[in-house]
Design a protein around this ligand. Structure first.
Ligand SMILES: C[S@@+](CC[C@H](N)C(=O)[O-])C[C@H]1O[C@@H](n2cnc3c(N)ncnc32)[C@H](O)[C@@H]1O
Length: 470
């Protein structure tokens, strides 16, 4: 069968399956023309696996049908999308439109501009670019309305509240908008220097956390986390903390995989580099039989206290959750941990530093302590049979031909992008299963198994203390 027919067949089968499931549930598939709301979007989670082949095939169809040079140019123009989104977030456009155009009639750029301070002609150009990528709809010349995708940039806060305290714009919000802000601001600015960095003899083999692309872009010698604490970066630091919550929203929560119920009552879960404790909050809500300690840098503990006092004051008062300042490059003070959890932490550090972190935890582990690393896992883009390992839980499968074996952008796509985030911001990386196995060993742990959970971008890698060190 010719490639075009095969791709068309995959799309057609996927769409038919999705429509049949919607019909059986008596709900329509969510329209892109309406703003996002969790209720109408609920069906998407049920058909996510059916949608993936269609998304992969549609992308491949575009790449196949498009003039190769035009396709390549479209990719290189991607920075204009990022910068337009960054400006749109800085101007609070999503919130202004939700408040001032509640019925989705369309709002003139002049009226939006009165509230956001961006020149209306430039604003119109910015929004028109985005409409071509299905973000906003232009209903009349120069008048725009929200659609499902544009509304995900909305924090849900009032424009007045944001203007009163711009540095707090993202505080106590669900997180995706903060993640988009973080990505299109400091990450985007740093990424512009990647090619200089990779080809500069001075940095070509640099592995230091304060020697990443970010430092070149921002003219600093501080690591990312030190840089966030610099005067003038308060809003970015606060946004980053909420962005990490947004990662959970978009990457999928930790509700499947490792069975937390198997841990004894009162078992201590130490969330190492836990940020404000967004991951712990979900765990504590679902597994109140455990105790939780969220460890991070001292400044983060202060932020965490505000977060918990606003959202779960009782958890702090009752001692269900403690916040603790601790440097993860020192031996961990908790000697009875049931689990040392590191979510999106090890990927912040190149191998030398990541090994030290694991060794410091190993020094405090009991024989029963488990290490849980929750990080993206890189699958090679080649066929599964060339990369499967003996680690239980890691068994890759290939998408049907002619799709890319890993389904490309429709599969577990986040790891490949987050890998570049890490390279740019912290001089580190995402890892393959083989790379993790070696890292566990160097840190004094044995990689026991991996939970790759459907619909969740970041698997859980479980380790036990390596026997020989007792
Ligand atoms: C990418 S964030 C992940 C936060 C959290 N685990 C989550 O998934 O939401 C990495 C965290 O590591 C913390 N961190 C960086 N250096 C640290 C250190 N030396 N000791 C303890 N925490 C550190 C940062 O402050 C930040 O909160």
């Amino acid at each position: 069968m010719c490639t075009l027919d095969a791709l068309l067949g995959i799309i057609s089968n996927s769409v038919k399956t999705i429509q049949a499931k919607c019909k059986a549930r008596g709900v329509p598939f969510p329209s892109i023309d309406e703003p996002f709301d969790p209720e109408s979007d609920a069906i998407r989670a049920e058909v996510i696996a059916d949608a993936a082949p269609a998304i992969a095939a549609a992308q491949q169809l575009i790449a196949t049908l498009d003039n190769p040079g035009v396709y390549a140019l479209r990719q290189t123009f991607g920075m204009h999308i990022s910068s337009a989104i960054g400006a749109m977030l800085a101007g609070n456009i999503a919130e202004i439109m939700r408040e001032s155009d509640p019925n989705g009639q369309g709002m003139k750029v002049e009226d939006i501009a009165k509230q956001d301070g961006i020149d209306p002609v430039r604003l119109g150009r910015l929004m028109r670019l985005l409409t071509n990528y299905h973000i906003f709809t232009e209903v009349n010349p120069g008048a725009f309305k929200h659609n499902r995708i544009s509304s995900t940039f909305d924090t849900g806060k009032s424009v007045d509240e944001i203007k009163k305290s711009p540095a707090d714009k993202y505080l106590n919000t669900a997180g995706p908008a903060a993640l988009f802000g973080h990505t299109t601001d400091e990450c985007f600015k740093a990424a512009a220097y990647l090619s200089d960095y990779l080809t500069d003899k001075g940095t070509v083999t640099n592995q230091k956390p304060n020697g990443a692309v970010l430092q070149r872009a921002m003219s600093t010698h501080d690591t990312l986390f030190e840089w966030y604490e610099q005067a003038g970066n308060e809003a970015r630091r606060k946004r980053f903390n909420v962005a990490m919550r947004g990662v959970s929203e978009l990457a999928g929560p930790m509700t499947t995989g490792f069975d937390w119920k198997t841990l004894s009552k009162g078992g201590v879960v130490v969330d190492v580099g836990g940020g404000i404790g967004a991951t712990t909050m979900r765990l504590a809500d679902n597994h109140p039989h455990l105790c939780y300690i969220v460890q991070d840098r001292p400044s983060m503990v202060d932020e965490g206290e505000k977060f918990w006092k606003a959202e779960r004051p009782e958890a702090l008062r009752s001692g269900l959750v403690q916040l603790q300042a601790h440097d993860m490059f020192q031996v961990n003070p908790v000697r009875n941990a049931a689990v040392f959890l590191l979510r999106c932490v090890i990927h912040d550090w190149s191998d030398h530093y990541a090994t030290t972190i694991l060794q410091m935890l190993r020094a405090s582990a009991t024989p029963d302590t488990r290490l849980m690393i929750v990080d993206p896992l890189i699958r090679y883009a080649c066929p599964a049979e060339l990369q499967n390992t003996d680690v239980p839980g890691v068994e890759w499968h290939d998408a049907p031909a002619p799709l890319l074996p890993n389904m490309g952008i429709a599969g577990n796509f986040m790891p490949y992008h987050v890998d570049f985030h890490m390279l740019t911001m912290t001089n580190s990386q995402e890892r393959t299963c083989q790379e993790f196995k070696k890292l566990f060993e160097k840190g004094g742990w044995k990689l026991e198994r991996v939970y790759v959970n459907p619909g969740v971008q970041f698997p859980q890698l479980i380790g036990c203390p390596a026997q020989e060190t007792y």
